[in-house]
Design a protein around this ligand. Structure first.
Ligand code: NAD
Length: 238
C-alpha cells in the first residue's frame, strides 16, 4: 500500500534525503523531514521539524509528536549524515565523535524511538542510508567508514529482534551527486571517481530514492536485515 502513510526522513533538507522525501510525497504520503538545516527549497507535502539527530531526547520527542499528530508511523528513514575528509593522523576527538554521533547514534536514536511505536501498532519499516564505505577501508574517512559499518550492523540486529512485526533495511549507495559530495570533491576528483565506477558516473539522488521507495513497499515484504547496494557496479569487482 502506498499513499496516506506517515513517513519520517532525517536529513531531507538536501541531497538524497530531499529526493527520498519528494518521492514518498508524490504518492500522497505524509512526509516529515527531521533536519538541523532549513530545507533547500520547499517540497510540497513535506513538513520540516528542526531536529539534531545526535540529540537522543529531541529525536524521541519529534517521533512521538509525529505519531501523535498523524496517528501512525509507517516508514522511518534514518538518512542524515556528515562526512569530514581527514587522515587518521589529523583526526581530532571532537570531529570523530561528531561523525559517530550523527551517522551512527543518529540512526540508533531514530530507529530506537520509532521501533516502540511500530511494535505497539503492529507494523513498520525502518530504513537507513549506509554506504559502500562501510564495508571497505576507504582512506581519509576512518570515522565515517566505521559509522556506516555500524549502521549495517544495526540493520541486522534490529531485524533479528523485531521481525516479523518490523522490517529493516539499508540502502547502501556508492558515489551520489549531492551537496555533500560536491563540497569535498574537485571536478577532477569527481572524474577520477567516475572512472572507477562501471556505470561511469555518480548516481542521482532520485536513483537512491527509488531504492528506498521499493524497500518501503509491499513488494519488498520478504526483505529484512539486509543492505541494497546501489553503486553503479563500483563494488562488483572488488
Ligand atoms: P547532504 O549534505 O546533501 O545532506 C545531508 C542532510 O543531513 C542535510 O540536509 C543536513 O542538514 C542533514 N544533517 C546533517 N547533520 C544533521 C544532524 N545532526 N541532524 C539532522 N540533520 C542533519 O548529503 P547527502 O549526500 O544527501 O547524504 C545523505 C546520506 O547519504 C548521508 O548519510 C551520507 O553519509 C549518505 N551517503 C552519501 C553518499 C554520497 O556520495 N553523497 C554516498 C553514500 C552515502
Amino acid at each position: 500500500m502506498t499513499g496516506g502513510r506517515t513517513v519520517v526522513v532525517s536529513g531531507a533538507s538536501s541531497g538524497i534525503g530531499r529526493a527520498v522525501a519528494a518521492r514518498f510525497a508524490l504518492d500522497g504520503d505524509h512526509v516529515v523531514n527531521l533536519d538541523v538545516a532549513k530545507p533547500d527549497g520547499e517540497v510540497p507535502g513535506v513538513r520540516w521539524i528542526d531536529v539534531d539527530v545526535a540529540d537522543w531526547d529531541a529525536v524521541g520527542e519529534a517521533v512521538a509528536a509525529v505519531r501523535e499528530s498523524t496517528g501512525r508511523l509507517d516508514v522511518v528513514i534514518a538518512n542524515a549524515g556528515i562526512s569530514i575528509r581527514h587522515g587518521v593522523l589529523e583526526l581530532t576527538e571532537a570531529e570523530a565523535r561528531r561523525t559517530l554521533d550523527v551517522n551512527l547514534m543518529g540512526v540508533l536514536a531514530l530507529w530506537r524511538h520509532a521501533a516502540g511505536h511500530m511494535v505497539r501498532q503492529g507494523h513498520g519499516v525502518l530504513l537507513a542510508t549506509a554506504s559502500v564505505n562501510g564495508s571497505r577501508g576507504y582512506p581519509l574517512y576512518a570515522d565515517y567508514n566505521a559509522s556506516k559499518a555500524g549502521v549495517a550492523s544495526l540493520c541486522q540486529t534490529f531485524a533479528m529482534e523485531l521481525s516479523p512485526v518490523v522490517r529493516t533495511a539499508c540502502v547502501t549507495p556508492g558515489a551520489v551527486l549531492t551537496p555533500m559530495q560536491e563540497a569535498e570533491y574537485t571536478p577532477a576528483m569527481l572524474d577520477e571517481v567516475n572512472a572507477r565506477i562501471p556505470a561511469r558516473r555518480h548516481a542521482l539522488p532520485e536513483e537512491i530514492a527509488a531504492a528506498f521507495h521499493y524497500l518501503a513497499s509491499d513488494g519488498a515484504r520478504f526483505i529484512t536485515g539486509q543492505e541494497l547496494v546501489v553503486d553503479g557496479g563500483e563494488t562488483a569487482g572488488a
